[in-house]
Design a protein around this ligand. Structure first.
Ligand code: RB5
Length: 144
């Protein structure tokens, strides 16, 4: 399984912990995020991840910024992307089970690194439930 990951200056420490987890479990990781605390613009680090997911080049994506809202808003501009803000285990489970999210967005300023790692583990191991949720997910995209 291949995962693309991106982050702004709020997330290098979180990304490092997440990549360690992913590589220890045998995932291939495309790292598009910044590795320093120097201020950057989050959309620059979202587009490569969202584009990989949108074009089915990877299985899933992970994005990290301060609140997770900026990265989620940017990623959700892509037709085939469903990026959800995940800050607890339960919300992460529901984001996969009900929304079939294919990008997990983590708010670095409102989670601890180990929480973020647990969120990613949950995201990767929770399945979409389908059924009535499939119908709802199919209604998300605009036809115009
Ligand atoms: C950066 O200061 C911050 O704006 C960014 O990480 C994110 O929270 C944006 O949504």
């Amino acid at each position: 399984m291949t995962i693309s990951i991106g982050n702004d200056h709020a997330g290098p420490e979180y990304k490092k912990a997440i990549i360690e987890l992913l590589e220890s479990k045998g995932y291939t990781v495309n790292n598009y995020g910044t590795d320093t605390a120097d201020s950057v613009d989050y959309p620059d680090f979202v587009h490569p991840v969202a584009s990989d997911v949108n074009d089915n080049k990877v299985d899933l994506g992970i994005l990290i910024c301060g609140t997770a809202n900026g990265v989620a808003m940017t990623a959700n501009k892509y037709k085939n992307v469903r990026a959800g803000v995940c800050w607890t285990k339960e919300i992460t489970e529901l984001t996969r089970q009900h929304n079939n999210a294919n990008i997990c967005c983590i708010p670095a300023r409102y989670t601890a690194p180990q929480q973020a790692v647990q969120i990613v583990e949950t995201f990767l191991t929770t399945e979409f439930e389908g059924g009535r949720h499939q119908r709802r997910v199919e209604k998300i995209n605009l036809s115009c």
